[in-house]
Design a protein around this ligand. Structure first.
Ligand SMILES: Cc1ncc(COP(=O)(O)O)c(C=O)c1O
Length: 410
């Protein structure tokens, strides 16, 4: 039960609305406690969390080893700035390099910042040995890369850009998974391609192998770089540590990570491969909090968990179980046109006639004490903690079934 001083949810909602900027439109729920796969609201109600704070608490709330790492660091150094080194950032950089193609790491505080660094990195590289017109970056429909001006411009979705013009130049948009369109748009003004191996906000779309092959072929032919945005799909979410590992012999130049990397604490990382490792020089880029030792300590513990082969295998098995369960539910309710994704990054796309009710379905799930997300056009997005049990999957499916039984379509 919540402490006595805690007041009911709607009172908090009213207060929040008078205090916070009006840019999110959250549900009228205030969480005061959490354990593992559950969040506890101020009303005392326990919610099964199949959103993980948008792919952040991938090892649940209060995982003992992440907690221990944070507490240990809290007794040591909290912050130094990047005018000095601290041990947790060195240890984390070593883990990231050992577990990937990367040879250098830049630390930031968020996914947008990790992407901003990646964009600046490829532009800087192009500025060193290419003509000035060679600065274009190709990004894809349905992609999402963040909310800073550069990353919102990289995000090829007008709804996120409108009203914020003038936007920075040098981005070209192409249809995701469309090999012909990519060939048409590619020329020698392109310095990089940036994409999500599994699109999250866009509605859980997995990159086709032939699309990746073509990205590899064209970037090689034109001497351009490849940035993979794994802010949402990385850190074991798909059943491999990094989602691009699903594509054999595909090695990007840059990978961006954030969200789950900190296990709930804010951190972003730009992983830099051999071709770009010497591009940034002192003074060229920076972030006051980037590499904060407490956040890096949390991320170090997260990386230990995420690299465990048994965990990765379990993510695949649980993803299959959940996909099968969603299929069975759909046999009963016939509401989903597609169920897709990888590992524990799943999307169930509503039939066209129900798409406009996606918010109502998410809310009906909440009424059943189940937290789920929406994405793209009418897609129910599931990003549970990777630590869920089979019993959690069963509980989720029974609550979704109950939500679908309710009058969400009325
Ligand atoms: C793929 C992807 N990239 C970048 C971002 C931006 O991350 P942040 O909100 O931490 O800036 C997000 C956030 O949802 C994302 O899903």
């Amino acid at each position: 039960m919540p402490p006595e001083s805690v007041r009911p949810g709607d009172e908090y909602t009213e207060r929040a609305e008078s205090l916070l900027a009006n840019n999110y439109g959250p549900a009228p729920l205030t969480f005061v406690d959490a354990d593992g796969t559950h969040l506890v609201a101020s009303t005392g109600q326990r919610y099964l969390d199949f959103g993980s704070g948008i792919s952040v608490t991938s090892f649940g709330q209060g995982h003992p080893s992440v907690r221990a790492a944070v507490l240990c660091q809290l007794d040591r150094v909290w912050h130094t700035s990047n005018l000095f080194y601290t041990l947790p950032s060195l240890e984390l950089a070593q883990q990231l390099i050992n577990s990937s193609f990367a040879e250098r790491v830049f630390f930031a505080n968020s996914g947008a910042e990790a992407n901003e660094a990646a964009i600046k990195l490829v532009r800087k590289a192009a500025s060193l040995n290419r003509p000035p017109e060679r600065r274009n970056i190709i990004t894809f429909s349905g992609g999402f890369h963040g909310r800073t001006l550069a990353t919102v411009t990289a995000t090829a979705q007008p709804k996120y850009q409108q009203g914020f013009e003038p936007l920075p130049g040098g981005f070209r948009y192409c249809e995701y998974n469309n090999v012909e369109a990519l060939n048409e748009i590619f020329d020698d003004t392109v310095c990089a391609v940036m994409f999500e191996p599994v699109q999250g906000e866009g509605g859980i779309h997995v990159a086709r192998p032939e699309f990746i092959t073509e990205i590899q072929r064209l970037t090689k032919a034109f001497g351009a770089y490849v940035i993979v945005d794994e802010v949402q799909c990385g850190v074991a979410r798909t059943g491999k540590l990094w989602a691009h590992e699903w594509y054999e012999s595909f090695v990007p130049d840059v990978l961006t990570s954030a969200k789950a990397l900190g296990g709930g604490l804010p951190i972003g990382a730009t992983l830099i491969g051999s071709r770009l490792k010497d591009v940034l020089e002192p003074g060229s880029h920076g972030s006051t909090f980037g590499g904060n030792p407490v956040c890096c300590a949390a991320a170090g513990a997260v990386m230990e968990l995420a690299c465990d082969p048994a965990l990765l295998q379990r993510v695949g098995a649980l993803g299959a179980l959940l996909t099968q369960g969603l299929g069975n539910i759909n046999k009963k309710h016939s509401v989903f046109a597609h169920i897709r994704g990888r590992g524990l990054m799943l999307g169930a796309e509503l039939e066209s006639e129900f798409k406009s009710h996606i918010v109502d379905l998410v809310s009906a799930c909440r009424d059943q004490s189940l937290l789920v997300l929406q994405a793209g056009s009418g897609v129910l997005r599931l990003l549970p903690p990777l630590t869920i049990s089979e019993a959690d999957v069963e509980l989720m499916l029974s609550r979704l079934d109950a939500a679908l039984e309710s009058d969400w379509r009325d």
